[in-house]
Design a protein around this ligand. Structure first.
Ligand code: FES
Length: 109
């Protein structure tokens, strides 16, 4: 969780579901967001890969990084920074409230 508040919070899925699946694609307003559980922490990235638009939620977690299924760009789930690239995947702040994952409607600036 981050203390940064970027506005509206959207309730998505029970944390228990994410604990079972480790990754889930959810709708947050008009954006598709990929949730990942890394250890005990929940991270939210825009689902549409900034490279060529594939779905990050179809990717895998590898050594704590999110790996896109298309061309294997790897992203830091906390910052969205892509390894060996100048670009960043948009990331959203996350809160877990009463066992439900809430995601900020807008990516972190
Ligand atoms: S579309 Fe994600 S790495 Fe190319």
């Amino acid at each position: 969780m981050s203390d940064t508040d970027t506005g509206q919070w959207i309730a998505t899925v029970p944390l228990a579901d994410l604990k079972r699946r480790k990754k889930l694609r959810v709708e947050v307003g008009d954006r598709a967001v990929a949730l990942f559980l890394v250890g005990e922490r929940v991270f939210a990235l825009d689902d549409t890969c900034i490279h060529k638009g594939r779905s990050l939620s179809r990717g895998v977690l590898w050594k704590g990084k999110v790996v896109c299924p298309a061309h294997q760009w790897t992203f830091d789930p906390e910052t969205g920074a892509a390894d060996d690239q100048d670009e960043c995947q948009p990331v959203h702040d996350v809160r877990v409230i009463d066992g439900v994952v809430h995601v900020s409607a807008h990516p972190r600036p």
